[in-house]
Design a protein around this ligand. Structure first.
Ligand code: GLN
Length: 526
């Protein structure tokens, strides 16, 4: 909080060392609750975990190394000055401990998720999919839930160490891959975007002779024919694996060969659909049908754990940028189109009811997986293999209902005044302003990775705070040479003026950062 006011304050144009010290001191004492003057690595990671940030978070690998190093030889833990040194560049740690992530009361939220989990667990209705023998053998008792917010706060509960195959949850992602490469128009020359009103493998095409949408079998087979058509099939499969790795925050998925073989052997309907589409000239010219079908079955047989699927869902919730790595996996336009389709067609023949009653985009698969997106908030994965007659996970649907009853996550809940539902997220305006504040703060403390992550979200690096101070102003006055160098390379406005008419060059001169003055002057003279 103190830092925020500092950035906005009128008469103090820099985040001073004093104020930074105060913030760090407050953070330190929030961990050192028993006032021993030191904190251990276990205490530190526990505090972060309570707020949803886990020790395997790829954004914190440097902090983890630094912490481990600092703790060597000091069983008791590290003191305040070592703590400051260790986390000084890690904006994520600061934000986490200050309660400034997407869901501030994360542990309270997780308690509610666990509550829902318990309630839903008693529902043992439904049957595992039996049309693919290998799926029929899965333990029907499995039940897992994972969540990942757009700030990378994570929580998993239940059978989260067991992998399951994607089945139809591969469909939205394959659509995104094709969309990313070919664009909306080209993709939809071959696939419609209307709900079919029929079951997922119905022999039916729309009045143009095309599959109704990419999220039922016919449309997914079509998408498979569109993905990277000009490279060998093995490379096309690698492309899908690479995408899932990125969506999962750098965790590579596995492949279940027996599901693939079993699926291929029992695929009469999918073959029939493909021939039916070929008869209607729906495929691009020179499509190899067998190869396309096999590719589709392979994508269905990719396996992930629930936390990876939640991270993939969170990437869609975050406009295509993975929250854990900051990597832009899909453009925001691709994510938007995918979510629109998930909203109208993601739950097979239950899509209309799901959109009406529950009201957030989701995609189910016959493995019992359910990939849910709460746009701008989080991704959720629920996995429970028993299905209803429509092919959706029984517990997945019940979980969604309960989630929608407790929290204002329905697309149009924002219209309801005096809603009884809870809203766990930070205020929208506040989080927009956060981007600006975080960028400027990251520039002042030299956290280039964080700057890149904010940039990947589409934030203009020229934005300024209330005082007209830009990231470059702060980097220049705080002596952050590498940040200055990066911002100049990214072509920000080097002559930006703050409300007192100050430029980054003036700031660098005032604080006597000679290397930065030289850098800026050299750039300006060009
Ligand atoms: N592999 C399955 C099929 O094509 C996927 C269907 C699904 O998950 N609904 O039959």
């Amino acid at each position: 909080m103190a830092t925020k006011q500092r950035v906005r304050s009128k008469n103090n144009s820099n985040i001073s060392d004093v104020s930074k010290g105060l913030v760090l001191e407050a953070l330190f004492s929030s961990i050192d609750t028993s006032k021993t003057g030191v904190i251990t690595s276990v205490q530190f990671w526990n505090e972060l975990k309570k707020r949803g940030i886990l020790s395997d978070d790829p954004r914190l690998s440097d902090v983890k190394d630094a912490f481990d190093k600092a703790c060597i030889g000091s069983k008791k833990g590290i003191d305040f000055s070592l703590f400051c040194e260790t986390i000084k560049h890690a904006l994520l740690v600061h934000k986490t401990l200050r309660g400034e992530l997407c869901i501030p009361d994360f542990s309270g939220f997780c308690d509610e998720i666990t509550d829902i989990f318990k309630e839903v667990k008693s529902n043992v209705n439904g049957n595992v999919a039996n049309y693919i023998p290998q799926l029929a053998r899965v333990n029907p008792k499995y039940f897992a839930v994972s969540i990942c917010t757009i700030d990378g706060q994570r929580f998993s509960h239940g059978d989260t160490n067991t992998s399951f195959c994607l089945q139809s949850t591969c469909k939205p992602i394959n659509y995104c891959i094709a969309h990313e490469e070919l664009g909306e128009e080209k993709v939809h020359q071959h696939i419609g975007r209307e709900p079919s009103g029929r079951s997922f493998n119905e022999m039916a095409l729309n009045s143009d002779g095309l599959p109704h949408n990419p999220l039922i079998n016919s449309g997914a087979i079509m998408c498979s024919s569109l993905i990277r058509r000009n490279i060998p099939i093995a490379d096309r499969f690698d492309e899908v694996i690479k995408t899932w790795t990125e969506l999962s925050g750098d965790v590579e998925p596995t492949f279940n060969n027996s599901v693939y073989l079993s699926e291929k052997q029992t695929a009469d309907r999918n073959f029939a659909l493909a021939y039916f589409m070929r008869e209607n000239k729906a495929f691009p010219e020179n499509t190899n049908l067998i190869e396309t079908l096999e590719f589709y079955f392979q994508c269905c047989s990719i396996e992930v754990k629930s936390d990876s699927m939640a991270s993939a869902a969170a990437t869609l919730a975050n406009g295509g940028v993975n929250p854990l790595t900051g990597k832009k996996v899909f453009s925001d336009g691709t994510a938007k189109n995918c979510l629109s389709l998930m909203n109208s067609c993601g739950m097979y023949d239950f899509s209309g009811e799901y959109a009406f009653k529950i009201g957030f985009p989701a995609k189910s698969g016959v493995s019992g997986a359910l990939l849910i997106v709460i746009p701008n908030v989080m991704g959720i994965c629920i996995w429970s293999p028993k299905l209803d007659e429509l092919g959706n996970s029984v517990r997945g649907v019940e979980f969604s209902k309960k989630l929608g009853e407790r929290f204002s996550f329905h697309n149009y809940d924002s219209l309801i005044n005096n809603s009884e539902k809870k809203d766990p997220r930070r205020h929208k305006y506040e989080s927009k302003m956060d981007n600006v504040i975080n960028l400027i703060y990251a520039a002042s403390c030299g956290d280039i990775d964080e700057i890149k992550r904010i940039e990947a979200k589409g934030v203009d690096l020229n934005v300024s705070d209330y005082d007209g101070r830009t990231a470059l102003h702060l980097a220049a006055s705080e002596g952050q040479f590498e940040v200055v160098d990066y911002l100049i390379k990214r072509k920000v406005n080097v002559n930006a003026k703050d409300r007192w008419g100050g430029t980054p060059l003036k700031d660098a001169k005032k604080s006597n950062h000679v290397d930065i003055c030289n850098k800026i002057e050299k750039y300006l003279s060009k």
